[in-house]
Design a protein around this ligand. Structure first.
Ligand SMILES: Cc1ncc(COP(=O)(O)O)c(C=O)c1O
Length: 476
């Protein structure tokens, strides 16, 4: 009889990128650049580094188990953020409402009645969606990276046999933790490389407990926008916990990205996860945070270790939060790097996904495991796409200008002779988003020649065929 819990037998360990020093030693090369784990290429926030130096002589003390100062600073920041995001909306709603009220006063009663029916819903909407959120310390939980928070959510809420829904491919930690608890993960294939919220909603059953939405998604860098999210939340059973994993939030440029904080006012079962690992450059310290209703957060605090976040991480995060210059530079370098990589990937006639994060998912049209090894010999570590079910894709972190240049020239050299590029082939054109279609089997990608020819997902044969692989996977 095995000593180990049954649930552990199906767990696949997370395969991290190799440490740079180890690869340098193995290959006998120097100056390796790591573009495999979506870290900040500028390094940590200098303010965080200074805070750490100042704190070194106090590491004999246990950390503050409640992360008091960090929570206080975060609460203040989140209220401020939600105010600057919602005030224009409030203004807008007032300019819509006031003329109606005025009109109703000057004209007679029938109009008043009419205006009420027009005005009240607007006022109601403005109250629920527009008023700034009151984030207090009790709405926050700090974790050893958002990885730990994902673990805590599953540990606190998922009973054996209950279901978790997420997209595929997405962040692997959702799967590991669901399996660990004996839960059942429903992986809904992405549509156009994007979380397919309508299909995820359809997959809900009475056993569904948690839904994880990585926004932006890893490895694709795509987002679900506010219209899609709001439609998804409408009518979703309130007993389901919806987790918005916003690890790459700071890099998002799309104006239609959901203001997830505003959903907390009307939906008590939403948890938002954010991290200091990416734009703030503190991945090595392991610190992230969750925002949610007091009752849910209390449960997470119950299952966490008393000192789950070390004091160095707390100090550094607090300092990084105020390092606006580092954050600004990190975003700028990412935006510029994105443009540079897009241009060069286009020139190489390679298909890539426009990204809202700090990495790009692209099709090299060769075996990505082979490509990985060849790039490694040239001193560049990337992520091969086979682990995500895309054997010819790679995921590459957007680096500094110098790193991006090295990546492109190594890629050009590597793919140059290994296969023939036919720029006229419809499959190898750089498509725009609406021209991409992903078939139920994630390994089959079809790039449609013309957006008008995209089949309606509701009538596509492959999706309605009960025998299709995809259908079986998501059948409840
Ligand atoms: C979507 C997503 N969520 C969470 C994480 C984990 O971040 P952390 O370092 O805060 O644990 C990552 C890390 O790559 C990620 O890609």
């Amino acid at each position: 009889m095995s000593l180990v819990r049954k649930e552990l037998l199906s767990l696949k360990p997370y395969i991290p990128g190799k440490p740079v020093e180890e690869v340098e030693r193995e290959l006998g090369i120097r100056d390796i650049i790591k573009l495999a784990s979506n870290e900040n290429p500028l390094g940590p926030s200098p303010r965080a580094v200074q805070a750490l130096r100042d704190y070194l002589l106090k590491i004999n003390l246990y950390p503050d188990g409640n992360c008091f100062s960090l929570k206080k600073a975060l609460a203040k920041r989140l209220i401020k953020q939600s105010r600057t995001k919602v005030l224009p909306l409030l203004k807008q709603s007032r300019t819509k409402v006031l003329p109606l009220l005025k009109q109703s006063r000057t004209k007679v009663l029938p109009l008043l009645k009419q205006s009420r029916t027009k005005v009240l819903p607007l006022l109601k909407q403005s109250r629920t969606e527009v008023l700034p959120l009151q984030v207090r310390e009790e709405n926050l939980v700090i974790g050893s990276g958002s990885d730990e928070l994902i673990h805590l959510i599953v540990l606190a809420f998922l009973n054996k046999g209950e279901e978790v829904i997420t997209g595929s491919p997405s962040f692997s930690i959702y799967e590991t933790n669901t399996n660990l608890m004996g839960g059942r993960l429903k992986k809904i294939p992405l549509n156009n490389f994007t979380f397919d919220l309508p299909r995820m909603k359809k997959a809900v059953t009475t056993k569904t407990k948690i839904i994880f939405i990585a926004n932006p998604n890893n490895p694709t860098g795509t987002i679900v926008n506010k219209f899609e999210v709001e439609k998804f939340l409408r009518g979703l059973p309130k007993r389901i916990i919806v987790v918005f994993d916003e690890a790459y939030l700071e890099y998002v440029e799309d104006k239609d990205f959901p203001q997830s904080l505003s959903y907390l006012k009307t939906n008590k079962n939403i948890i938002i996860l954010r991290t200091f690992s990416k734009a703030y450059g503190l991945a090595g310290l392991r610190i992230g945070y969750g925002i949610g209703d007091k009752d849910l957060i209390t449960c997470l605090n119950r299952v966490r270790e008393p000192f789950n976040v070390n004091s160095a991480a707390q100090r550094a995060a607090l300092a990084a939060l105020d390092d606006h210059e580092h954050l600004r530079r990190s975003r700028k370098v990412n935006q510029e790097g994105k443009k540079f990589l897009y241009q060069n990937l286009k020139a190489l006639n390679l298909f890539y996904l426009p990204t809202e994060a700090n990495f790009i998912f692209l099709d090299t049209r060769m075996d990505s495991k082979i490509l990985f090894k060849k790039m490694l010999k040239k001193g560049i570590i990337i992520r091969s796409g086979d682990i995500f079910g895309f054997p010819t894709f790679i995921r590459v972190t957007i680096g500094t200008r110098k790193e991006n240049e090295r990546f492109i020239s190594a890629l050009r050299e590597t793919i140059g002779n290994s296969h023939k590029i036919n720029p006229k082939s419809k499959y190898y054109q750089i498509p725009n988003k609406s021209q991409i279609q992903i078939l139920p089997n994630p390994k089959q990608i079809q790039i449609l020649p013309n957006p008008k020819q995209i089949p309606n997902p509701n009538t596509t044969k492959s999706q309605t065929n009960p025998k299709s692989k995809c259908q079986r996977k998501t059948n409840t």
